[in-house]
Design a protein around this ligand. Structure first.
Ligand code: SF4
Ligand code: SF4
Length: 431
């Protein structure tokens, strides 16, 4: 008889665990198993470990936690699984319990408190931090610190963080957005609310403006929604579910009663979580209603035609599918269908475009070694395409691919698909 575990595994996750029949058909889809061939770092192996924790056959030791921490939560195994195992939900429930059973100490606890409690839930603090970073960049101090070698003295994780910081040349989105962006070409076909999120709102304002322009060009009136919060994806993936739920409730409040046809977003990771609010807040009717309205921008645009002909964008590009769009939301054809409407855009195939790039939220900071191995494969595949541009619809993947290309000396521009689409749009105002 196994000893009762101190690990309080939730009933829902225990139930889901039983759907795995150990067939192993998911193994070939798993990026970590592909790298090290260790069954414990495969979906089947990890499910076995989680079942062991649930049954009390295993204790939440460092070794067990290590195999689960090495998982990207990319959910490629879900797409590959013929039995419909809801791996992501099981993993996130397990991580929540592991956090209780093995609370992190020292630097780990400090960083979790800093990111998940002090920074991400407070947009104004994030905005201040981004402004300070922008000042550092514009003053030339960042370049000086890099050239002088001072950055090399930082601890590895801070060095990685520093290397990944985006160039903050563009203004943020929400701060400068009007309340309503009118549809181009006459009365709106659809009225949509735009989810602009937290970090992306502040550091990728240009991608948001391009997305709104693409929506306008397809006849959508777009609302900018003040007071919205981070979607909570990073928290849910890291086992900090209560912090995530609190952000989700704030978003439900801010998007309530807008009378819109859809809530549109352009970040695969955020969109996947927004669509799961109904599951993450069971019994909350507002969450159910909210999730039912969430659409990735490519999903929405695939069902609409542009109100005016698009102009040519003569480029060779390839598309890298973000995991939380492909596996989390099961959206594969729509981004390509929308891009194929752009005259003179030549799309070439990227080998293994359905494999993770190693970004996976903050995985590239918590598991840098595995993240780099996975990224190196992706960059090799990019080299084979000869594409001038690689397109991907997730901010973390954009930063990860940019860093990979930079390190490899590969002159491949990394863009969000909406940036390319916006280039093809003829704005009636001439802007
Ligand atoms: S997760 Fe699915 S594919 Fe993988 S071993 Fe279990 S049943 Fe088979
Ligand atoms: S989520 Fe991704 S990394 Fe984790 S087990 Fe599944 S395929 Fe492997």
């Amino acid at each position: 008889m196994p000893a009762p575990s101190a690990f309080a595994f939730p009933d829902e996750a225990s139930e889901l665990l039983r759907s795995c029949v150990h067939c192993g058909l998911c193994l070939g889809a798993c990026p970590t198993y592909r790298e090290n061939g260790n069954e414990n770092d495969s979906p089947r192996g990890r499910l076995y470990l989680m079942k062991g924790l649930a049954d009390g056959r295993l204790q939440p030791t460092g070794a067990v936690a290590g195999h689960l921490d090495l998982c990207l939560d990319c959910r490629a195994c879900e797409t590959a699984c013929p039995s419909g195992v809801h791996y992501g939900r099981i993993l996130e429930s397990t991580r929540e319990e592991l956090l209780r059973a093995r609370p992190p100490g020292g630097v780990g606890r400090f960083l979790r408190a800093l990111f998940f409690k002090q920074l991400f839930p407070h947009h104004e603090r994030l905005a201040l931090l981004v402004k300070a970073l922008g000042l550092l960049q514009r003053s030339g101090l960042r370049d000086f610190l890099r050239r002088s070698g001072a950055v090399e003295h930082l601890p590895q994780r801070l060095r990685d963080l520093e290397a990944m910081q985006p160039d903050l040349a563009e203004p943020p989105f929400r701060e400068h957005a009007p309340a309503v962006f009118p549809a181009f070409g006459g009365p709106p076909r659809l009225r949509v609310a735009f989810f602009s999120g937290c970090v992306m709102d502040l550091v990728m304002g240009g991608i948001h403006r391009a997305t709104v322009k693409a929506l306008q060009a397809h006849g959508c009136e777009v609302l900018s929604v003040p007071g919205q919060a981070c979607c909570g994806a990073l928290m849910f993936h890291a086992g900090e579910a209560e912090a995530g739920r609190s952000l989700a409730r704030r978003n439900l409040q801010m998007f309530e009663g807008l009378g819109v046809d859809a809530i549109v977003n352009n970040s695969a990771g955020c969109g996947s979580t927004l669509k799961e609010y109904a599951e993450l807040l069971p019994g909350d009717s507002r969450a159910k209603e909210f999730s039912a309205r969430v659409r990735d921008v490519s999903e929405l645009l695939a069902g609409l035609e542009p109100v005016a002909p698009l102009r040519p964008v003569p480029l060779t590009a390839c598309y890298d599918a973000p995991c939380h769009l492909l596996h989390g939301q099961k959206i594969s054809a729509q981004p390509l269908a929308v891009l194929r409407r752009i005259p003179e855009l030549k799309l070439v195939e990227l080998p293994d475009a359905d494999f993770c790039c190693g970004a996976a939220g903050i995985y590239n900071l918590t598991q840098p070694e595995m993240s780099w191995k996975i990224l190196a494969r992706k960059v090799e595949a990019l080299k084979q395409t000869g594409a001038q541009t690689v397109l991907t619809g997730n901010p973390g993947c954009i930063l990860q691919l940019r860093q990979g290309c930079r390190e490899a000396g590969l002159a491949c521009d990394v863009r969000h698909p909406m940036e390319l689409l916006a280039r093809a749009v003829v704005d009636p105002s001439g802007a």
